[in-house]
Design a protein around this ligand. Structure first.
Ligand SMILES: *Cc1c(COP(=O)(O)O)cnc(C)c1O
Length: 371
């Protein structure tokens, strides 16, 4: 982690303290107001809950501090992605999406933006630079891709796509601001699902858009107010609390994932292991050059669907669940979600359990599968 990121982590929990008046609560109050006292001239303060809310302001300030860029909060990661597409695209625009990666973004473009005259191509993340970027209004990347963990060169994509006049958007959900810095590598817009590690406790959905372009931020904010795609105050409050421990949790999760991926490599129940931190992983060199950490997602391939299910359900420290980034280790057989992966493909999301206990539980379950 770079020096500046370390100092951002250190000051994160003190952002609110800097502005406190005598007698105010040290923790963030949860303000669930649809309306605010608003006599006279109606500018410069909170008026109506669809326009602004003090609890969103606090979480956006934290996110902006971490991203080093203004941020607009949304009720989910998909709401953040939709905001970018609906704000910036118009009929006749042609865009480029990852062929792998989170599938709902492609579904949104195919089923809804298509009707409005937006067309798209897809391309695998591992070969994203091949074919160039001529003709694209917007280029969307997700690296490492979820769930296959392929990587593309963020700075090289940004440079080549900008040369053709495209806007470049990166989904940074799998890495968080502590694991990867796409805005520093040249992308125009970052989107993320704070539902995952930033909230970290599987009890709220949330998302944000970050950009250093003031016009883009103003447009995204207007979209939120106009479309009504607004986060709930309680969810904002929960994410604010989660962000206070993100650095601690992320560090533990990445450290543990590095140890466990290495040990998984030789296990006879597994046909394949992918983790960007493994030295022989196809993503490793690029990961080392552009990521702050290697992340907490590991993908493994077992011999069959049944073996994959038995492994997940037989591990006493593994929650069978979709999603990732929570305090508990979880796993999912991804053909269940329609990903183009082998039947025995499992995405493991490492949690915050102590590493040796977690490894013992994973190993015992894999040993049973191997017989
Ligand atoms: C989960 C996820 C999303 C969507 O987030 P929601 O909060 O579920 O809407 C988008 N991108 C990636 C990479 C994700 O993992």
């Amino acid at each position: 982690m770079s020096e500046t990121l370390q100092s951002r982590a250190a000051t994160l929990a003190h952002l609110r303290g800097r502005t406190l008046q005598r007698g105010e609560s040290v923790p963030l109050p949860l303000i669930t107001a649809a309306t605010f006292h608003a006599p006279g001239d109606s500018t410069g303060f909170h008026q109506y809950g669809r326009f602004s809310n003090p609890t969103w302001d606090a979480v956006e300030e934290m996110l902006a501090h971490l991203e080093d860029a203004p941020c607009i909060a949304f009720p989910s990661g998909m709401a953040a992605i939709a905001a970018v597409f609906f704000t910036l695209l118009k009929s006749g625009d042609h865009i480029l999406l990852p062929a792998d990666g989170y599938p709902t973004g492609r579904g949104l473009v195919e089923r809804y933006l298509g009707k409005l005259g937006v067309t798209f191509d897809t391309r695998p993340t591992a070969t994203f630079l091949d074919g160039g970027f001529a003709g694209y209004r917007l280029v969307f990347i997700e690296t490492p891709s979820n769930p296959a963990l392929d990587i593309c060169d963020i700075a090289a994509v940004a440079e080549a796509a900008h040369a053709k006049g495209a806007i470049v958007v990166a989904d940074n959900t799998t890495m968080t601001p502590f694991g990867q810095r796409p805005l520093d590598l040249g992308v125009d817009i970052l989107v993320a699902a704070d539902t995952k590690a930033p909230n970290g406790h599987s009890d709220a959905l949330f998302g944000h858009v970050a950009s250093r372009d003031a016009d883009i931020i103003a447009a995204i904010k207007d979209w939120r107010q106009t479309s009504g795609s607004i986060p709930g105050a309680l969810d904002a409050w929960l994410v604010h609390r989660g962000l206070e421990t993100l650095e601690l949790r992320f560090e533990r999760m990445c450290n543990t994932a590095e140890v466990i991926a290495e040990r998984l490599k030789g296990h006879k129940a597994l046909e394949a292991v992918r983790y960007p931190g493994l030295e022989d992983d196809p993503s490793h060199n690029l990961a080392r050059s552009q990521m702050e950490r290697f992340g907490f997602l590991i993908s493994v391939v077992l011999g069959s669907e049944d073996e994959a299910e038995n492994f997940i359900n037989g591990c006493k420290l593994m929650q069978a669940a979709t999603s990732f980034g929570s305090v508990h280790t979880s796993a999912e057989r991804r053909t269940r979600r329609g990903d183009a992966v082998p039947p025995g493909f499992v995405r493991i999301a490492i949690g915050c359990e102590p590493v040796e206990e977690l490894w013992t539980a994973i190993k015992e379950s894999l040993d049973r599968v191997a017989g």
